[in-house]
Design a protein around this ligand. Structure first.
Ligand SMILES: [Zn+2]
Length: 355
């Protein structure tokens, strides 16, 4: 295995993560932070919290009772770390449980999960998950300045995006209302969080050549909200601990991790399918999303694995083919007026560069 991995450390107290470089040595993981500080996690106490099915992502804790969570994403990382750290091989992903002041409904939910078993009740947990927590966690996640820089406040641009989201959501039967946020980060990315919170990064808006491209991406993210992928994934990653921390008012370490993930082949295809339906219903050309995929694929070939929105299965080419072969409805309307599109493009104007 080679060298070090880029990772994000969550301290278990705030939702903001600290980027670091992680190097496996003979007996410990060596963590180095941008500010020159470092940490060492010995292998003999290291806990495996979760791993992605395709081995490209792994979440570790320094000990079974620790609150810190280290998320490493890199193709093949799970296999490489298993080779370096044999003790991980015997570990089933652990799910922490922490006592907290619980409300009556929450106690029932947590006890039910503990009693009947987490996997059995996962869908139940999604259905029972209180709306306010979902909303608060989602809001906290999209407001993570360490990852997504500053909120963009251009009022006319935000209003135009709200109108676009409302047009796409009409008749969609969404479990939660959509709130669109724009963040000033230059990365080409967009993500849906819990509580219907969707964030578009300014990099994506600037790279988009037409409003239809933004509409397509937004429709895809609304697709994730419709199928509750963010909450399902969050419960997957964090398990009961999430519910307990959600109750105790401390969203904690698990927060932003979920946003770093793709949801897997099936969920991405589901979101794409829903996006096509929503775009058709709204009379917006789905070719925008296809064009966006095509251009992103050309531009980002070498770093596709590191851009969450693009690190998707099925591959972009297949997704693009699906969109291109889609028969549009008879009458199409522009996704935004020319003025709205100018407003959206300028939604981050005036936000000081965070870096
Ligand atoms: Zn997606």
């Amino acid at each position: 295995m080679g060298g070090s991995y880029e990772a994000i450390l969550y301290d278990g107290r705030s939702a903001a993560g600290r980027p670091c470089a992680v190097t496996p040595t003979s007996s410990m993981l060596d963590l180095r932070f941008g500010d020159g500080t470092s940490d060492a996690w010995p292998y003999d106490t290291l806990s495996l919290i979760s791993d992605e099915g395709d081995g490209s992502r792994i979440v570790l804790a320094p000990g079974p009772k620790a609150d810190e969570r280290l998320t490493i994403m890199s193709p093949g990382v799970f296999r490489d770390l298993l080779a370096a750290i044999p003790s991980l091989r015997d570990q089933q992903p652990t799910r922490g449980y922490r006592a907290a002041a619980l409300t009556a409904g929450a106690i029932i939910l947590v006890l039910a999960l503990a009693w009947l078993g987490y996997p059995v009740l996962k869908d139940g947990a999604v259905a029972m998950f209180p709306e306010q927590w979902s909303d608060r966690i989602g809001r906290e996640m999209v407001n993570d300045e360490a990852m997504f820089e500053k909120p963009c406040t251009g009022a006319r641009g935000l209003a135009a995006l709200d109108r676009l989201a409302a047009r796409l959501s009409e008749g969609a039967g969404l479990p939660e209302p959509i709130t669109v946020h724009v963040r000033s980060a230059g990365e080409v990315n967009a993500f849906a969080s819990t509580g219907g919170h969707i964030a578009l990064l300014d990099g994506l808006i600037q790279q988009a050549e037409t409003p239809e491209e933004v509409a397509g991406v937004l429709a895809h993210e609304i697709g994730h909200v419709k199928h509750r992928h963010p909450l399902k994934r969050l419960i997957d990653v964090a398990g009961i601990q999430l519910i307990v921390t959600g109750i105790s008012g401390d969203v904690g370490a698990v927060g932003t991790t979920v946003l770093m993930l793709n949801y897997g082949r099936k969920a991405e295809a589901q979101a794409d399918d829903t996006a096509l339906v929503l775009l058709d219903q709204a009379g917006i050309a789905a070719s925008g999303l296809a064009d966006f995929f095509d251009r992103m694929q050309k531009k980002n070939e070498d770093r596709i694995n590191f851009v969450p929105f693009l690190r998707t299965h099925p591959p972009l080419a297949d997704r693009s083919r699906l969109m291109h072969s889609h028969k549009p409805p008879a009458s199409l309307r522009p996704a935004l007026t020319e003025q709205e599109w100018r407003d959206v493009r300028a939604v981050c104007a005036g936000v000081a560069d965070a870096s």
